[in-house]
Write a protein that binds this ligand. Structure first.
Ligand code: PHE
Length: 455
């Protein structure tokens, strides 16, 4: 459909899959997934999460990549091209706005990872031998306004630096080198956690479901986590799909991305929970969980400080490859729709995101008591607004638009030729029309009830 022949494309299939997986794999898997799992009762939550990844995440991932390649546009441009001047373009704008909101708090946690690289190098992580000292290190760090703002800025500037360089030389090159390293270090952590005394009870918390712990709120958290972790519902995958050349296979790539992302989340859980239980800590520590646990694991390990430096560098990189996909959505929109130069777009919007992130950066210190809606810090508010509301609404609209409004007949040729006995294309079409949107709708009604009526 699209005719802009000059659009930059990914250099290779592997480059694209790794970049899209790099967008998906990030703090969502290693920082968020363990603490959300811990706060929602463990294994039963994990099962529901996996189910949602399969029946919501995978079909919507394919839908976004299809829209992206079909139109070769940013999310706003894509909807303009496919729907003309109609309210559907709001979905594109909503995606760009989600990019702003998510990056504004994401970069705070990204900043923590940089801070912990510094702490690992300076030896303050290696000096931690118990969880109490790890907790006080973390809270002293996150309540210091100057450090929070400084590291937040550093993270955003790192994202800006790569996005300015563009797709092939910036985004693609970095992902290719760094993704594989992340796996190795996770395996080291798992090995250590499992051999700690008491570690096995952590394993059963993570793997043996107890369905009595499931509540409406945890089902909704699982849906939000699936969207967040897979980078869905805001057009990140539309944008990355728009740089995909016509001969790449979308179904096949989507499978790889989803499997990689899920694998990293599971490995992170396997790395964290045995250590949590071995150290007699509660899995419900909230956003500080991995920062309370992992430094102590390293602190009690031979060569721990080297591993710790390596771990936080890799976590930083994983966060960076997701952060750049968030910034790329906004950048692609301004380049495609407003005709801006890449550099100007990145500088202007990077700065705005930094400013928007300041209240989130201060949410663990001076603004800890400034609660919105009665209960949420600014950081929590941004997180909840995007994860539970904006991304699922975006995903729902994408599914309904493609399945019912634009028509699958016009786009299904974007998918790989079918050779299987059951047509994967038809299976996808069925899910994107009937299963995914209906499920999101039901969950959304549950969410509204629990957030507004249940109180
Ligand atoms: N998926 C990323 C992570 O898990 C976060 C993200 C969300 C990135 C939405 C882009 C879009 O860390």
């Amino acid at each position: 459909m699209a005719s802009n022949g000059g659009r930059e494309h990914w250099g290779s299939k592997l480059g694209f899959v790794l970049a899209a997986a790099g967008s998906a794999v990030g703090l969502g898997n290693i920082w968020k997934f363990p603490y959300v799992t811990g706060s929602n009762g463990g294994a039963a939550f994990v099962l529901i999460y996996l189910l949602f990844v399969l029946i919501l995440g995978l079909p919507i991932m394919i839908a976004e990549l299809v829209i992206g390649r079909h139109t070769e546009k940013d999310p706003v441009g894509a909807f303009k091209l496919m729907a003309g001047r109609s309210p559907w373009t709001i979905v594109g704008y909503l995606g760009v706005l989600s990019g702003f909101f998510i990056l504004s708090f994401y970069s705070v946690v990204g900043g923590w990872t940089i801070g912990y690289i510094v702490k690992s190098i300076s030896g303050s992580v290696a000096a931690l031998h118990d969880s109490d000292s790890a907790k006080s290190l973390f809270s002293a760090f996150t309540s210091d306004p100057l450090q929070m703002i400084f590291y937040n800025l550093l993270f955003i500037v790192s994202c800006m630096f790569i996005v300015i360089k563009g797709i092939k030389n910036g985004v693609e090159r970095w992902n290719k080198i760094l993704m594989p390293l992340l796996f190795i270090i996770l395996f080291v952590l798992i090995g250590k956690g499992l051999t700690m005394e008491g570690g096995l009870s952590g394993l059963s918390f993570f793997l043996k479901p107890d369905f009595s712990k499931i509540t409406a709120a945890s089902i909704i958290a699982a849906m939000g986590q699936a969207f967040f972790s897979l980078s869905l519902g805001m057009g990140a995958m539309i944008t990355y799909g728009s740089y995909l050349s016509p001969n790449e296979k979308i179904l096949n790539s989507a499978f790889y991305i989803v499997i990689l992302d899920t694998l990293v989340a599971i490995l992170a859980g396997l790395a964290i929970f045995p250590a949590v239980f071995a150290m007699n800590m509660s899995p419900q520590e909230g956003a500080g969980l991995i920062f309370h646990i992992i430094p102590v694991v390293f602190g009690n390990m031979p060569y721990g400080s080297i591993f710790s430096v390596l771990f936080f560098i890799l976590l930083f990189i994983a966060a960076l490859t997701s952060g750049i996909s968030l910034l790329e959505v906004i950048t692609a929109y301004t380049i495609d729709e407003l005709g801006w130069k890449r550099q100007r777009a990145v500088l202007v919007f990077g700065s705005i995101i930094f400013l928007l992130g300041i209240p989130s950066a201060l949410s663990f210190g001076v603004l800890a008591d400034a609660k919105l809606l009665g209960a949420l810090t600014f950081f929590d508010f941004m997180d909840k607004l995007t994860t539970n509301y904006m991304l699922p609404i975006g995903g729902f609209c994408i599914a309904v638009f493609l399945g019912w409004k634009y028509g699958l007949d016009k786009t299904i040729h974007e998918l790989d030729p079918d050779t299987k006995i059951i047509s994967l294309k038809e299976l996808w079409a069925f899910f994107i029309k009937f299963i995914s949107p209906v499920l999101v709708l039901i969950l959304f009604i549950m969410l509204l009830r629990s957030d507004f009526i249940g109180r």
